[in-house]
Design a protein around this ligand. Sequence first.
Ligand SMILES: Cc1cc2nc3c(=O)[nH]c(=O)nc-3n(C[C@H](O)[C@H](O)[C@H](O)COP(=O)(O)O)c2cc1C
Length: 176
Amino acid sequence: MKKIVGIIGSLRKDSIHRVLFNEYKEISNDQFELIEGEIKDLPLYNQDIEDQPNSVAALARKVASADGILFFSPEYNYSIPGGLKNALDWISRDDDKPFDRKPAAIIGASPGAIGTARMQYHLRQVGVFLNIDFLNKPEVMVGKAYDKIKDGRLIDDGTIQFLKKHVEAFSAHIEN
Ligand SMILES: Cc1cc2nc3c(=O)[nH]c(=O)nc-3n(C[C@H](O)[C@H](O)[C@H](O)COP(=O)(O)O)c2cc1C
């Protein structure tokens, strides 16, 4: 079975993106295995650090061996959360270029109406340099997310059905 690495851009324990990761894992478990690529233990990127930290090496190997990457990320100040950008910067310096031509997609949710659109286009822009093979459509931008995610579960049927469609599209994307 294909293996997908999910990177969650929020570090907080009650993250709605962690809920979405768990729901997506459940919805997609007959198509591929979704495992987490944790970013919380990575040090801040510093070009003076010449030896790759173990936490970075572990994540880089996970990304390199994955059949695809799913980013579950909030938008912070109209852009990519620092922790996620830090992880991308670390992995970009790995000799194997783990993201090169890697199929990927973005799942984002916000309490407001826009549903992380601005973060997603910044992430796609970074993906141009890293040569990430992002799925274009469907885009997943869940607005009014605090009405749809409660007590650690996704309770909005429309969003669940939409995620099922996304699983189909992403499954086809990783086959190409
Ligand atoms: C530092 C910070 C900046 C934020 N900036 C935005 C923003 O630009 N756009 C937005 O829609 N929500 C913004 N939010 C609200 C987040 O969408 C909201 O906190 C969301 O629940 C974070 O995702 P999480 O639950 O997975 O941690 C911001 C939150 C924080 C903590």
